[in-house]
Design a protein around this ligand. Sequence first.
Ligand code: PMP
Length: 415
Amino acid sequence: MRTFAIKNEIKLAHLSGNGIRFEIDGESYIDAASGTFNLPLGYNHTEMVDALTDQIKKASHASSTYTKPIVENGFCKLLDEAPENINKIFMRDLTGSSANEAAIKMAMKSSGKTGVLSLMLSHHGQTALTTSISGNAFRRESFPSLNYQESLKVPAPYCHRCFYGKTYPDCGLLCAERINDFIEYSSSNQVACMIIEPVMGNGGNIVPPKEYFQLIRKICDEHDIILISDEVQTGLGRTGHMFASNHFDMKPNIITLAKGLGGIGIPVAAVLMESRLEVFESYEHSFTSGANLLAISAAQTYLDVLEKENILEHVRENGNLLGEELTELMNQYPFISDVRGLGYMWGLEISDREGHEDPKMTQKIVETSLKNGLILRSSRYGFGNVVKVRPPLITSKAEIYEIIEMLKKSLDEVI
Ligand code: PMP
């Protein structure tokens, strides 16, 4: 039985990773959570390691004042894959939180409006502004003075537990329709932007129906609202597409990226946007380590590897297999009430006998899996009843079967 107890005497040298496996002090784990969803290429991908080694020998950093055009030109390939209206990249951020903050600030400055719409259950980061727009009250309650007055939280498209007690498609997407009321009556039409994840990650791996995003786009157009797609979790291959926005035909005005962009966990973030939104003066959103050359090298190499190793196709193909195998588990274990996901981004919703959320059982599954050598994460936030299965994008078919076997063993033990 593995312990994963980080003891004081364990040193950095006792931690290592190889492919999708992670070792602590001689105990080995399969990391089916991809670190914090930021290890799409696993722990030690050769091309990433070589590129970073080369880069650090040349220059690890130079002020972005001088490197800006060189850095941003290196991402043309990424723009080629983005929705047509998006034609600019902004590379000053190292985290998803600050990329989202950049996007919101761009929307506010360019529109002159103040309101920010986000979904209940959503999570967009932990800076002051992103904390205050969080769709989870518990993230905000310790910081009452940070509550941004112009933040509106609207019901999420959580069909499995509809906020309005309806069933899709008879609901007519009421959760989206009602957003009009929030805009008109709660904000006096002062909404600058709506920020939304194509698949809500921390909120419980919620995959909305495709038409949801068409309706959201229409509402944003009618009220002149900038639509920000937070693809910090879903972007760059996680759903089997470069952008999950493409899968949903979502047409956002801004896309934010982080987590996976560094390939093997190197911190880096990006904001892709329409050129009309390039509104910052240099002193309005820039950081000492922004556009750090190691981070940029990691991001550019990651994009090369995605293409060379045909990873998007690999994820689409094997992601279906992963979904089928997880659905098979749902048929065997009554406490799994829903399986939903795309690509290598899946969630198992855990419910009690009465069909209510079961956060305790969810935690038990995650802890038992860990003891058995399988790292998973749960959406401890939101309703806390979803086990998330998100292996690195390089995970092979054989490794998927291995993950399923280990998960099955853990499910047998928790009954
Ligand atoms: N957006 C989403 C959807 C996230 O999941 C997260 C992190 N969990 C963030 C933003 C914030 O990213 P970071 O932790 O890199 O600041």
